[in-house]
Design a binder for this molecule. Structure first.
Ligand code: F0G
Length: 364
């Protein structure tokens, strides 16, 4: 029987809005089309009349939103004849680059800060077979080195300074508008290099500009709210930070690459940047898992943590419709997750019916 409807990735899905031609060989792993899940319990828990949705990007092929940008960046790198890609990464970009390089049959080189990337991300990047170069430095050091290396070697940079990354990532905004019928009032997301906040704004803006010829779309755009970790908060401090530190290693970045672009998003959207303590971020991560059944990585939870603060203060008013991007899957960082649940460590008992019964009754 013929297959009538098959999802083959975001480039095919939004072809007319992306820089590809009929001849382009598309490198895809079926990324995008991620769930937009309405939170059912947290609004009641915090006593607020609000409509909150999370865009669960952890369900992309390598478990983060990076795949949206990577399908585009690697597709274009291959189209331009490139045989190798390179990136600096806090973990997710390296996993994604590694996977898409394999898919394309080219080589991936990744620079990561030694000891500062989550275990799941390292496992992925190793399995995909990328050339991993660990540096005794942080992401910002790695990024500076990658830029220098790319001047001397025939490698394409696939960090978000590659404009095709943002082209791919803007499709998340398209999906949200397609599903909700209009842009939300507020869009909250974690900010590191600020490529993603820039990409979402581009997506919302392109749809809004086109709304006349697109019956399903309005010209509404959301207020963009970017949240950082307190120890890695250059946008909140208004200046670069030299030794960023946070448990949310994905956003342990002090010198964001999309600095001017993100300030422009803030101004145009009437939005803001704010910073959260590591405890607030971890609390939001646990809240999503334990009240909604949604497991994201710590950095992703900064979006909800920030929203909770802004709902409490009234900065984001009751009655709003809000989307939070959950950028990565919770399985990426098992160490931090297990570390957060020390008080609920599994009990160990004899393998007998009596012992199991007792264990169940004890916790009723
Ligand atoms: N959330 C997660 C899970 C990330 O991995 C990143 C960035 C961000 C948020 C921030 O996005 O940089 O566009 O503002 N991770 C990059 C990496 C730096 O190397 O994986 P941004």
């Amino acid at each position: 029987m013929a297959i009538t409807k098959r999802y083959t990735g975001l480039i095919e899905n939004y072809r007319s809005r992306l820089p590809v031609s009929a001849a382009t060989r598309i490198i895809s792993l079926g990324e995008g089309n991620t769930p937009l899940i309405q939170l059912l319990n947290i609004p009641a828990l915090i006593g607020k009349e609000v409509e909150i949705y999370v865009k669960y990007e952890g369900l992309n092929p390598t478990g983060s939103f990076k795949d949206r940008g990577m399908t585009m960046a690697v597709t274009k790198a291959v189209e331009d004849g490139s045989r190798a890609i390179i990136c600096a990464s806090t973990g997710n970009t390296s996993a994604s680059a590694a996977a898409y390089a394999v898919r394309a049959g080219i080589k991936a080189f990744v620079l990561i800060p030694e000891g500062k990337i989550a275990l799941g991300k390292l496992a992925q990047t190793l399995m995909y077979g990328a050339k991993i170069i660990q540096i005794r430095g942080n992401f910002d050091d790695g990024m500076a080195l990658v830029k220098q290396v790319a001047e001397h070697a025939p490698v394409t940079i696939v960090n978000s300074i590659n404009p095709f990354r943002l082209e791919g990532q803007k499709t998340a905004a398209f999906e949200i508008v397609d599903e909700l019928g209009a842009a939300p009032d507020y869009h909250c997301l974690p900010v590191g290099n600020a490529g993603n906040i820039t990409a979402y704004w581009k997506g919302y803006s392109e749809y809004a500009a086109d709304s006349a010829g697109h019956p399903a779309v309005t010209d509404k755009r959301p207020v963009m709210c970017g949240y950082q970790a307190l120890g890695a908060s250059p946008f909140v401090q208004g200046k670069m930070v030299d030794n960023p530190e946070t448990v949310a290693t994905a956003i342990r970045i002090g010198h964001p690459q999309s600095w001017d672009l993100a300030w422009n998003v803030q101004k145009e959207s009437g939005g803001w940047f704010d910073a959260l303590g590591d405890e607030q971020i971890l609390l939001a991560q646990k809240m999503l898992a334990q009240h909604e059944g949604i497991f994201c990585e710590p950095a992703s939870a900064a979006s909800l943590a920030g929203l909770l603060v802004d709902l409490e203060s009234g900065k984001i008013p009751a009655g709003s419709r809000i989307v939070c991007t959950l950028t990565g899957n919770g399985l990426k960082d098992p160490d931090t997750a297990i570390g957060q649940c020390r008080d609920t460590h599994p009990v160990s008992i004899e393998a007998s019916l009596d012992a199991v019964k007792k264990a169940i009754l004890d916790s009723m």
